[in-house]
Design a protein around this ligand. Structure first.
Ligand code: NAG
Ligand code: NAG
Ligand code: NAG
Length: 610
C-alpha cells in the first residue's frame, strides 16, 4: 500500500520549491469548492481511514473483528465501498469484511455494493463466494447490471473458466428474461420519455401508483441515462414522493449519469446537494466519473472533483493522483495547463501525504512539455533530496521536452548525462530523440543517433517507422528509405509494420519505382503479411508492361502458381484501362490451366466480341 508513504516530507509545498513565490495561477484550494452541511458530513466522517488501517495491517481474525466492532456505527455505504476498494486485490479478505459488515454490523448492502463485491470475487480463488453472493443478491431482489455482467464475463473468459462463463451467461439470460416480465421500469421510462417533462407526466406517473424502491430508481436512471435532464426531473419527482426518500446509493447512481459535457452544471449542483443532505460520493463512483472526465478531456472538472474528494473522508489514492497528473500532462502542449497540475499536487500535499516517484514524474512531465526547464531541474533536485534518483522515465521526459523545444543538442547531452549517471538510455529514450531530429528535418542527425543507438540496443518496428515515415519520406529521400528497410529486414531480421510497407510502396510507385515496390512486396510475403497488391495492380495496368505484370504475378507466389483470382484481377485491370493487346499478350504467356479456365475465357468472350 502506498497510502501513507514513509518518505520524508518536503519542507515546503512543491509548488513553492519550484516556482518560488511566483506561483502559476493556482487558485486558493477552497475557492469554489462544493459546500455541504458540515455537521451532517462530520457525523459520517467517523474516520474511515483508521478503520481501513486496521484492516490493512492485520490478517482477518476474531481479534480483528473485535477491534472492528468499535466502528459499529460508522459503516456507511461509502465506507464499505472505500474499504472494499482498498482491499480489492485480496478477495478473501474483502469477502470476510463484507460478511462481517453484514452479519455483525447489520450493514444493508445495496445493488451497487453487491455489484462491486461480485467484481472483486470474480476470481479463481473465490469462486465459491462469488456464486453464493450472486445468489443472495438475486434473492434480495437486486439486479445484476449489464456493465458488471460484461466485466465479470470477460474476467472469466481471460482466466479460461469455461464452465463459469456458461453458468454466468445462463444466470444473466434468465434474469433479463424475468426482468422483462416485470415491465414496470420500462413502462415508467416510456412515460418519462414520451414528452417534455411537465404536470401531465407527473400526473400520469402519480396515477400509476408506482411503489418506488432503490432498485427501481437505479434501473430507471440507467434506462434514462442518455437523457440527463429527464433523469434529473425524474429523480426530483421520486424524491418528492411521500413514501420514498433518496439515499446515498441513488445519489451516487445519479451523479454517474450526470457526469458528462451536456449536463455538467447539473452534475455539480447535484454533488453539492448530495453533500448538503449528508451523503458522500463513494470512491467507486469517483473513480468512474473521474475516468470519464479524463477520457473526454474535461480536465478542469476532473481536478475540481479531485479536490472535492480530497476534502472529504474518502480520499483518492496516490495512484488516482498520478493517473490524473498523467492525463493532464497528456494534453497537447498548447492546452497543457500547469495550474491544474499544481492544484492537484497542492491538494495531495495538503492532505499530509508525501509525493511519490510517480507524482514527481507527473509534475516533471508537464514542466518539460511546456518548456519550463529550470523548474524541471528543481523538481529533479527535490526528488534526489528525498531519495528518488532520476531514472529512464525522468530523463526521457526531459529529452522529449527539449526535442519539442527544438533544443536537440541539449537533448543529446541528456543521453550522455544519463549514461554518466549509470542509467543507460533504452530504446524508448533513443526513439524520442530520433523522432525529435526527424521532426525538425534533421535526418542526418537522426541517422547519426540511430547508428550510435544500434551499438547498445536493438531497433524495433516503431522506430523504423519513425525513420522511414517522419524521416526519409518527409525529406523525399525514397532510396534511403528503401535501403534502410531492406537492410533492417535482411540484416537484423526486424519485422516492419504492415503500415510501413504500405506507405513506402505507395511512395515508391508515385516515383515510378516499380522494381523496388515489387521487392517490398516479396519481403512482405516473406514476413507472412498479406501482400499489398492494389497500388501495384493499378500502376501496372496504367503504366506497366506485360513483363511487369508477369513479374508481379511471380512476386505474389513463392512456390506454386499464382491463384486464378490474381490472374483475373491483373488481366481485368488491363482491360479496364483499355489496354486490350497487353491483356491478350499476358493471356498467351499464362500457364495452360489458366488460359483455358472458363472464367478467363469469359473475360475475353464478353469483352473482346463487339
Ligand atoms: C487553467 O486552469 C485554471 C484553473 O485552475 C483556469 O482558471 C485557467 O483559465 C486555465 N487556463 C487556460 C489557459 O485554460
Ligand atoms: C524505463 O525502464 C523500465 C524498466 O527497464 C521500462 O519498463 C520502461 O519502459 C522504461 N521507460 C522509458 C520511458 O524508457
Ligand atoms: C446503505 C444504504 O443506503 N442502504 C440502503 C439500501 O437499500 C435499502 C432498501 O432498498 C435501504 O433500506 C438501505 O438503507
Amino acid at each position: 500500500m502506498t497510502e501513507l508513504s514513509l518518505k520524508p516530507l518536503n519542507p515546503l509545498p512543491i509548488a513553492i520549491l519550484v516556482f518560488g513565490s511566483s506561483l502559476p495561477a493556482t487558485p486558493n484550494s477552497n475557492h469554489e469548492s462544493v459546500q455541504g452541511n458540515p455537521l451532517l458530513s462530520q457525523a459520517r466522517q467517523l474516520e474511515p481511514n483508521s478503520l481501513l488501517q486496521l484492516i490493512l495491517t492485520n490478517d482477518w481474525s476474531d481479534e480483528l473483528e473485535a477491534a472492528l466492532d468499535e466502528f459499529n456505527s460508522a459503516l456507511t455505504h461509502e465506507t464499505v465501498i472505500y474499504v472494499l476498494k482498498k482491499i480489492d486485490t485480496d478477495p478473501k479478505k474483502a469477502s470476510s469484511f463484507f460478511n462481517w459488515a453484514r452479519e455483525e454490523n447489520g450493514f444493508n448492502p445495496n445493488s451497487s455494493v453487491f455489484s462491486f463485491m461480485l467484481r472483486i470475487l470474480a476470481n479463481k480463488a473465490t469462486m465459491k463466494e462469488f456464486w453464493v453472493t450472486l445468489r443472495e443478491m438475486k434473492e434480495l431482489g437486486f439486479y445484476l447490471d449489464e456493465e458488471t455482467y460484461y466485466t465479470i464475463h470477460s474476467c472469466f473468459k481471460n482466466d479460461k473458466m469455461a464452465s463459469d462463463v456458461v453458468a454466468l451467461t445462463h444466470f444473466y439470460g434468465r434474469m433479463v428474461e424475468e426482468n422483462a416480465k416485470d415491465s414496470i421500469a420500462q413502462e415508467v421510462a416510456d412515460v418519462v420519455l414520451r414528452d417534455e417533462w411537465g404536470n401531465e407526466i407527473e400526473k400520469e406517473l402519480g396515477d400509476m401508483n408506482i411503489v418506488l424502491s432503490d432498485n427501481l430508481v437505479i434501473r430507471l436512471l440507467k434506462e434514462l441515462r442518455n437523457y440527463p435532464r429527464k433523469v434529473l426531473k425524474f429523480f426530483d419527482w421520486a424524491g418528492k414522493c411521500s413514501s420514498y426518500k433518496h439515499n446515498t446509493v441513488t445519489y451516487n447512481a445519479l451523479v454517474r449519469v450526470l457526469a458528462r459535457h451536456d449536463s455538467i452544471a447539473e452534475f455539480w449542483s447535484v454533488v453539492g446537494e448530495m453533500k448538503g443532505e449528508g451523503f458522500e460520493m463513494d470512491i467507486d463512483t469517483y473513480i468512474k466519473v473521474s475516468r470519464n472526465f479524463q477520457k473526454f478531456r474535461m480536465l478542469e472538472d476532473a481536478v475540481k472533483l479531485y479536490e472535492f474528494m480530497m476534502d472529504g473522508p474518502y480520499k483518492p489514492s496516490e495512484q488516482d493522483c498520478s493517473l490524473l497528473l498523467r492525463s493532464i500532462s497528456g494534453a497537447d502542449t498548447e492546452d497543457l495547463n500547469l495550474s491544474l497540475v499544481f492544484r492537484v499536487v497542492n491538494k495531495y500535499e495538503a492532505a499530509g501525504y508525501s509525493l511519490s516517484k510517480a507524482i514527481y514524474d507527473g509534475i516533471h512531465c508537464s514542466l518539460t512539455k511546456v518548456g519550463k526547464f529550470d523548474e524541471a531541474t528543481k523538481i529533479i533536485e527535490t526528488m534526489k533530496n528525498v531519495g528518488f534518483e532520476p531514472d529512464n522515465i525522468t530523463y526521457s521526459q526531459l529529452v522529449h521536452g527539449l526535442c519539442k523545444a527544438e533544443r536537440l543538442e541539449e537533448a543529446c547531452k541528456v543521453l550522455d548525462e544519463m549514461e554518466a549517471n549509470g542509467c543507460r538510455p533504452d530504446l524508448k529514450t533513443w526513439t524520442i530523440l530520433i523522432k525529435g531530429y526527424c521532426h525538425t528535418n534533421q535526418l542526418d542527425g537522426a541517422l547519426m543517433c540511430f547508428s550510435k543507438m544500434l551499438k547498445n540496443c536493438e531497433a524495433d518496428a516503431y522506430l523504423l517507422d519513425v525513420l522511414i515515415n517522419d524521416g526519409f519520406v518527409c525529406q523525399n529521400r525514397l532510396d534511403g528509405a528503401y535501403n534502410l528497410l531492406v537492410e533492417m529486414v535482411n540484416v537484423v531480421h526486424l519485422r516492419p509494420w504492415h503500415a510501413t510497407f504500405r506507405l513506402l510502396i505507395e511512395k515508391l510507385l508515385e516515383k515510378r519505382k516499380l522494381e523496388e515496390s515489387m521487392n517490398l512486396l516479396k519481403l512482405m510475403k516473406k514476413q507472412n503479411y498479406p501482400p499489398y497488391t492494389e497500388p501495384l495492380v493499378r500502376y501496372i495496368s496504367k503504366l506497366g508492361t506485360v513483363e511487369d505484370a508477369q513479374e508481379f504475378l511471380k512476386a505474389l507466389t513463392v512456390k506454386e502458381y499464382p491463384s486464378i483470382g490474381a490472374y483475373i484481377h491483373v488481366i481485368e485491370s488491363f482491360l479496364k484501362e483499355g489496354r486490350h493487346s497487353e491483356a491478350q499478350d499476358l493471356l498467351y504467356k499464362c500457364p495452360h490451366h489458366i488460359r483455358n479456365h472458363p472464367k478467363v475465357s469469359a473475360l475475353f468472350g464478353t469483352k473482346t466480341k463487339p
